[in-house]
Design a protein. Structure first.
Length: 460
């Protein structure tokens, strides 16, 4: 049976076609997401929702013409929202997860909109059960827009971009979000399984704008007679498309940001690490680093500027040289005795404290070298995720470590550090389009039955 998955990312739109009967990936598609729009303020991060829809339709039409899939699953960038009217048509751009209006000063005070929203919630009962809030999350974005009268007059609701694509493909006028998607917007009651509308109302926002939610694996409808599932969050889709043994594995994903994810069958209140709804009423415990692979990109940019300063050559990309230097150091027993630089990679802060910044410590005459700076950055990236993992113990033991994302795939030195820090080998998935694959599997689960889903996973 041929199935397809679509992943609407911030920088690319990807899709994958797979034969669920043998796990063979038949074709992958990747298109640049060149839909960025200029806003009225420098802190805005907007994309053209209509242009994204056109790109997605073009890819799906091509898939249907060539392969006639039996189901389509959809995932995409979480947290961001767009507003739609009573006919289910977008009346705003997509306000992405990178948008920082929530960090702007509230009412000319010394606190941000995000902290003002926290302040309005802190006295409410059960607030510890709500999914977290941060700038770029839909509820914070909607709060800012409510205060500043920026919600379109004809808005009937809002949703994520992949929910919207599903709506338009299936000619729906109302949104329905899977729990994995809904929780990413904030103010979703994780214990109850729906948005905390009393809390939303008490914060001055219109509860009617919030979408319907479900914990079930539902279909959104059909497109050209092909069943289309409701959207699933991209973190959850990546876990589903990467990890074969769901109960024993820990997933490390390092792309622009970084994430460590592991499965739990229960929601644990007051956990120090984020709990995100997954499939079949289970949860992923997820720790996120905001810099992740961007930390390494920051170092590459700095070293490239040094090369340009002294040689005038602006053409060199230094990643391969950096990776080789780090691997040489880690492979040389004598070099390993050298005192390491300590690099804290919180260059963009944390989810809970955006004001924190990175540091380089322990500099000595012996270790202040480009090679050890590179190694220090890699250790810092891993240490940040290891600290987040530590907050999940003893709930889950890392029997299998799975590494995904280009930063892991392309850097043997980073793989070596992960193995040392987690005291286990790193498994690198065969398939690179993890989120698209996870979306396809979720679409299979929604359209057919559990046995077909489990059979497909076993083949991968």
């Amino acid at each position: 049976m041929i199935i397809a998955g679509l992943d609407i990312g911030t920088t690319t739109i990807s899709a994958l076609v797979i034969d669920s009967d043998n796990g063979q990936v038949l074709k992958t598609y990747t298109r640049p997401n060149l839909t960025q729009l200029s806003g009225n303020h420098s802190f805005e991060r907007l994309q053209d929702s209509g242009a994204i829809l056109s790109s997605c339709k073009a890819i799906i039409d091509e898939i249907i013409t060539e392969y006639e899939p039996k189901s389509i699953g959809i995932t995409g960038q979480m947290h961001g929202i767009l507003y739609f009217n009573k006919d289910g048509i977008a009346v705003s751009p997509l306000i992405t997860w990178q948008d920082s209006r929530g960090e702007q000063p509230y009412n000319n005070s010394g606190i941000s909109y995000t902290k003002e929203l926290f302040g309005r919630l802190k006295e409410l009962p059960d607030v510890s059960n709500y999914s977290p809030l941060a700038s770029g999350y839909g509820s914070v974005t909607n709060f800012y827009n409510t205060i500043n009268n920026l919600i379109p007059m004809d808005a009937a609701g809002f949703c994520t971009i992949h929910c919207y694509i599903g709506m338009r493909l299936c000619n729906r006028v109302n949104a329905i979000l899977h729990a994995s998607d809904a929780a990413s917007l904030g103010l979703y009651d994780l214990s109850a399984g729906y948005f905390a509308k009393d809390a939303i109302n008490s914060c001055g926002m219109d509860t009617a704008l919030y979408p319907e939610t479900t914990t079930d694996n539902l279909l959104m409808g059909s497109y050209k007679n092909v069943p289309v599932s409701i959207g699933i969050g991209d973190n959850q889709a990546s876990f589903l498309g990467t990890v074969r043994d769901l109960n024993r594995s820990v997933l490390i994903n390092i792309g622009t940001g970084g994430q460590i994810s592991l499965l739990s069958n229960n929601y644990i209140a007051n956990s120090p690490i984020e709990a995100r709804p997954f499939i079949n009423n289970s949860f992923l415990h997820v720790g996120s680093s905001l810099s992740g692979g961007e930390s390494y990109a920051l170092l590459e940019k700095f070293l490239s500027q040094v090369v340009t300063m002294f040689t005038g050559d602006r053409s060199k990309e230094l990643y391969e040289i950096m990776n080789e230097a780090a691997l040489n150091h880690l492979s040389d027993v004598n070099k390993l005795s050298t005192e390491q630089l300590s690099v804290c990679t919180l260059f963009r802060g944390t989810r809970t404290d955006s004001s924190r910044r990175g540091e380089i410590n322990g500099i000595s005459p012996e270790n202040f070298t480009p090679e050890l700076l590179i190694v220090g950055f890699l250790y810092g990236m891993v240490d940040e995720l290891l600290e987040l993992y530590g907050k999940t113990k003893p709930a889950h033991k890392c029997d299998l470590l799975v590494g995904s994302g280009n930063a892991v795939r392309r850097n043997p030195a980073l793989q070596k550090i992960l193995e040392a820090k987690f005291d286990t080998g790193v498994l690198i998935p065969t398939h690179k389009e993890e989120a698209s694959l996870g979306a396809a599997l979720f679409g299979l689960l929604a359209a057919f039955n559990v046995s077909r889903f489990e059979q497909c996973i076993n083949y991968l």
